[in-house]
Structures are given as structure tokens and as C-alpha cells.
Write a protein that binds this ligand. Structure first.
Ligand code: NAI
Length: 462
């Protein structure tokens, strides 16, 4: 029986980051992982492979639509599907091996197998029992399907199956216009599939800034995605490798069916805590099946902590990472901290969509007086040169103090641009602070500054 200061269960972005920080802080650390490779959903079947597919298909889109206008002529590239999938796999492999290297470097033991907690202070992996003064549950989440829909990961798939389809479907139905549905819907649309997205609500990407939602839907429609909103999917049946999706339009209760080669079910994810033994231990859960934690990521059972998708809050890799680092610090007797008010969210379509902080809708509901500064990428020279002038930057600031309350960007590199505003918000900056900061020309970042200027006396290039 080995004995550790900390055993982390799960090696996704929350778990492996927690393990590394624990080791850096001098704690004897092990991490339990049952997959063949480290990195969890994000590296193996989520964030990383989907970004590889988004990158490859964006390059194809550029070649098909913009190369000729730049004087780049010749045959448009053809898709070699097997090669594209092996590029995706190589991307996964270099990243998962990277984590293995970091574990070795930090002397973290990888306990291979699926872990459970038979009692506080003990972790069982296979037939081995290990002692741990502290346990961090970082087991992530799994796709949550709809009642009556059977996932076979071939014709009816979750994001996992969608990343390794045998061939590119002619027709794909995506259930759910959230992050996964729109990212993977974009991939297959760019590869030539006819993509129909069926969404229960009347808008895409629920919870996002309303103006961004509208622009985003318009741009995706222009790219060829078809949206059926306000529609509740009732059933999906399969026969001979084809699927039939039945849905009801909420406005008139009319029933419709649509056939597809592939159906992607992207209706959300739920915490993955099966088999850990939490119930027997008396670990308190929320009514949504998340592990309940206090402000220091501790559960109600002494010595057991939980982070990431398994607890409350947005299901985002970077939120899990931050919680992982903070929990390690708490265990080491330091002050771990996560600012939940400044966690960016990014959708890696083209254009990208990124947001942080409050939306206008949230501020209106709260009765908070605010002002808005907006700048279109049409006024940004670099974006125009790069055929990337669709979209805008929107900064929302307190009406009286000018303090930045939220930012929403749809446009080129939005997922990177948002961080300037995250840093500004962490420092409690006013929009004017960003407006007075010199921004290099010509960059996309100038659009951020212009939006900040628009919160005050006005943008220059608009
Ligand atoms: P989501 O919660 O983002 O979207 C699910 C959508 O499905 C919602 O719009 C919902 O209204 C709709 N829906 C639910 N039931 C339905 C029904 N019966 N018929 C039609 N529509 C229905 O969930 P998604 O896209 O599956 O993603 C899961 C999690 O993974 C999210 O928390 C997301 O933030 C995270 N994720 C983040 C990524 C990123 O940061 N780029 C990438 C991929 C996933």
C-alpha cells in the first residue's frame, strides 16, 4: 500500500493541473487515470481534437473561398479523410505524451486504472489500495443524451463519435445549438455535409449576449448551416445506418421528421461520478448530480475535495484548471482563489465567439445602469485585409464609474482578444484604461481599443 499526501482522481485539465501544482508545492502526489492516455476528455476526445478538425477545415474553407481573391490559384485541395483523422490523432498524441512527461518531471505517480474511494483517506485502483491524506475528485463529465435516444457512436453520436466518423456524412442533424453542436456542425458543414441544427430554445447559444447570438446565427447561416429553432426533439430511430429524427415545433405543436446519415446529440453534459463510491461515503450532491463543495472546493467529507465539471459552475477546461491550482494551494495551507466573475467562454468556430463577465441582458435584469461601446471589424484594416471583417467587439461598462463589467466579441481571434479584457477586469479597470493604452497597428486588438473608446468620447474609425 502506497501512501500519498494527495491522490487526484482523473487526469483531465482539472486533475493533471491540480497534481502538478500539488507536486510543485512539495506534496507527494499521485493521479489515477483509467484511460490509456492522460489528459481526460479535453485532450483525448474534446477540446484538442475538435480544434485540430476546426483548424484543418478552416484552412479548406480559406482555400475554397478566399485564395483566388488573393491571387493564389490552382487546384483547390481535396479532403483525404483518413489523413485528416491521423493529423487529429497526432495532435492528441503529442499533447497526451506532454502530460506524461510533465508527470515524470514533477515525480507524480500515474496510478493506472479506475479509482474509487472505499473510505475517506483511501483510494482503490484495481486491486490496489492506496492511502491519501487528501483526495481531489476531478472526474469531469459525460454527454447527457435525451430520453429515448440511443447513442451508438456510429450513426447517432456524441462529440466523441463525431470526431471519428467512418466517412463524411452527406446530411447531419445536430441536436442542440450549444458550443459542441456549433463547433462540430461547422466542421462537417465545411467538409461538405448538409448540416441542420435543431434547438429547443428560440435562440442559439443560450445565455450569450443577444446581439452576438443574432450576428452569430446570421454568419453561420451564410456559411450553410440550417437552423430549426424552438423545436423539441422527440425521438431518433435508426435503420440501415440511417437515422430519422422526429421533432415538434413548440409554437404550434406540429410534428416533423428529418432523415440524416449522422445525428450528433449535443444537448449538454452531466457530471461523471459513477463508481466512485461517493454515495456510500455520504458526500453531498446537488439535485443536478454535481458534487457539493464549499468555497475551498472541500466536500462535506473531511479530506475529499472536488473540482471541474463534477462540481457546479461552467463546464470549461480552464475553469477546472484554475480550481485545480487553487485546491492544491488550499491543501498546501495557502490561499487558493478563483475569480468566477472573470472566466472567459470561447466558441472556436469561424469567426470565433468569446465573452467574459456580464451580458446586457443580465445587467438589465439586475437593474444595473451601464453603457456600451461597440466597434465593428469592418473598421479594422487588418481584418479587412484578411477577409475577417465579420463581427464586432462590444464592451459593457458601469454607467457612472466606467468600470468594465463584461465584454463580448465575435470576430477573428476573438478567443485570444478577450484576454486583454479579462486582465483589465481582474485589475478593476475602466474602459478608459483600455482606451488610453497604445495598441499596435495593424492588429485585430485595435478593435478592442476602439470599442473601449466607444464607451467614452467615441471610436476613431467608425
Ligand atoms: P450546451 O449546454 O452548450 O448546449 C446544449 C443545447 O442543447 C442548448 O442550447 C439546449 O437548449 C439544447 N437542447 C437541450 N435539449 C434539447 C432538445 N430536446 N431538442 C433540441 N435542443 C435541445 O451543451 P453542449 O454543446 O453539449 O456542451 C456541453 C458542455 O461542454 C458545455 O458546458 C460547454 O460549455 C462545454 N464545451 C465547451 C467548449 C468550449 O469551451 N469551446 C467546447 C465544447 C464543449
Amino acid at each position: 500500500m502506497a501512501s500519498y499526501d494527495v491522490i487526484v482522481i482523473g487526469s483531465g485539465p482539472g486533475g493533471y493541473v491540480a497534481a502538478i501544482r500539488c507536486a510543485q508545492l512539495g506534496l507527494k502526489t499521485a493521479c489515477v487515470e483509467g484511460r490509456d492516455t492522460l489528459g481526460g476528455t479535453c485532450l483525448n476526445v474534446g477540446c484538442i481534437p475538435s480544434k485540430a478538425m476546426l483548424h484543418a477545415t478552416h484552412m479548406l474553407h480559406e482555400a475554397e473561398h478566399n485564395f483566388a481573391a488573393m491571387g493564389l490559384t490552382g487546384d483547390t485541395p481535396k479532403v483525404d479523410w483518413a489523413k485528416m483523422l491521423s493529423y487529429k490523432q497526432d495532435t492528441i498524441d503529442t499533447n497526451t505524451k506532454g502530460i506524461e512527461f510533465l508527470f515524470k518531471k514533477n515525480k507524480i505517480d500515474w496510478l493506472k486504472g479506475w479509482g474509487s474511494i472505499p473510505e475517506a483517506g483511501k483510494v482503490k485502483v484495481g486491486d490496489d489500495l492506496h492511502e491519501a491524506k487528501n483526495i481531489i475528485v476531478a472526474t469531469g463529465s459525460q454527454s447527457s443524451s435525451l430520453p429515448g435516444i440511443e447513442i451508438d457512436e456510429k450513426t447517432v453520436v456524441t462529440s466523441t463519435g463525431a470526431l471519428e466518423l467512418g466517412k463524411i456524412p452527406k446530411k447531419m442533424v445536430v441536436i442542440g445549438a450549444g458550443v459542441i453542436g456549433l463547433e462540430l456542425g461547422s466542421v462537417y458543414s465545411r467538409l461538405g455535409a448538409e448540416v441542420q441544427v435543431i434547438e429547443f430554445l428560440d435562440t442559439i447559444t443560450p445565455g450569450m449576449d443577444g446581439e452576438v447570438q443574432k450576428t452569430f446565427q446570421k454568419l453561420l447561416t451564410k456559411q450553410g448551416l440550417k437552423f430549426t429553432l424552438g423545436a423539441a426533439v422527440q425521438a431518433v430511430t435508426t435503420s440501415d445506418g440511417k437515422a430519422t429524427v422526429t421533432y415538434k415545433l413548440r409554437k404550434d405543436d406540429s410534428e416533423h421528421t428529418v432523415e440524416a446519415d449522422t445525428v450528433l446529440v449535443a444537448t449538454g453534459r452531466k457530471p461523471y461520478v459513477d463508481g466512485l463510491g461517493l454515495e456510500a461515503l455520504g458526500v453531498e450532491m446537488t439535485d443536478r448530480g454535481q458534487i457539493k463543495t464549499n468555497g475551498h472546493w472541500a466536500t462535506n467529507v473531511k479530506g475529499i475535495y472536488a473540482i471541474g465539471d463534477a462540481i457546479t459552475g461552467p463546464m470549461l477546461a480552464h475553469k477546472a484548471e484554475d480550481e485545480g491550482m487553487a485546491t492544491a494551494e488550499v491543501i498546501a495551507g495557502k490561499a487558493g482563489h478563483v475569480n468566477y466573475g472573470v472566466i472567459p467562454g470561447v466558441i472556436y468556430t469561424h469567426p470565433e465567439v468569446a465573452s467574459v463577465g456580464k451580458t446586457e441582458e443580465e445587467l438589465k435584469t439586475a437593474g444595473h445602469a451601464y453603457k456600451v461601446g461597440k466597434f465593428s471589424f469592418m473598421g479594422n484594416g487588418r481584418a479587412k485585409a484578411n477577409f475577417a471583417a465579420d463581427g464586432f467587439v462590444k464592451i459593457i461598462a458601469d454607467k457612472e464609474t466606467d468600470r468594465i463589467l463584461g465584454a463580448h466579441i465575435i470576430g477573428p481571434m476573438a478567443g485570444d482578444l478577450i484576454h486583454e479584457l479579462c486582465v483589465a477586469m481582474e485589475f478593476g479597470a475602466a474602459a478608459q484604461d483600455v482606451a488610453l493604452t497604445c495598441h499596435a497597428h495593424p492588429t485585430y486588438s485595435e478593435a478592442v481599443r476602439e470599442a473601449a473608446l466607444a464607451c467614452g468620447d467615441g471610436a476613431i474609425h467608425m
